[in-house]
Design a protein around this ligand. Structure first.
Ligand SMILES: [Zn+2]
Length: 134
């Protein structure tokens, strides 16, 4: 059986890409963002009942990939399964100095890149795929 190898070495600097879901501000249709509605009969302004005077709301529409921070590999974890137990579950994960070694975040190899340029290229590629799908 072929051994799986880690792509990155201990001490190597890598760039992580993250799946982000930044909120998008959606302007309230009732008050058009002014936060008030005008009552014609009484000629009064009241706080908009639809947005409760906020002028809009945060919506989560555009999940996308984003190039994140630089990390330094501090621990390599290779998980390899005998194919009779599990297919395609093999994975290489890393723990990094910046996010904790031993306890902390575990980073998947397919979200780490050797340079910021490579990370940004991958982000572009993955987001383009999203646009096609969505
Ligand atoms: Zn409103």
């Amino acid at each position: 059986m072929q051994a799986i190898n880690a792509k990155y070495k201990l001490g190597q600097e890598v760039w992580k890409i993250n799946w982000c879901n930044p909120p998008t501000w959606e302007t309230c249709y009732t008050c058009n963002g002014s936060k008030f509605v005008h009552i014609k009969e009484t000629n009064k302004q009241i706080s908009c009942p639809d947005c409760r005077g906020e002028g809009g709301r945060s919506v989560f529409l555009s999940s996308r990939w984003k190039a994140g921070s630089k990390l330094t590999i501090g621990k390599i974890q290779i998980e390899q399964f005998d194919p009779i137990y599990s297919d395609n579950k093999n994975r290489v994960t890393y723990m990094c100095k910046e996010t904790g070694i031993g306890t902390g975040s575990v980073h998947d190899q397919n979200q780490l890149f050797a340079s910021l340029e490579a990370a940004e290229r991958e982000v572009k590629k993955r987001n383009k795929t999203l646009e096609k799908e969505g």
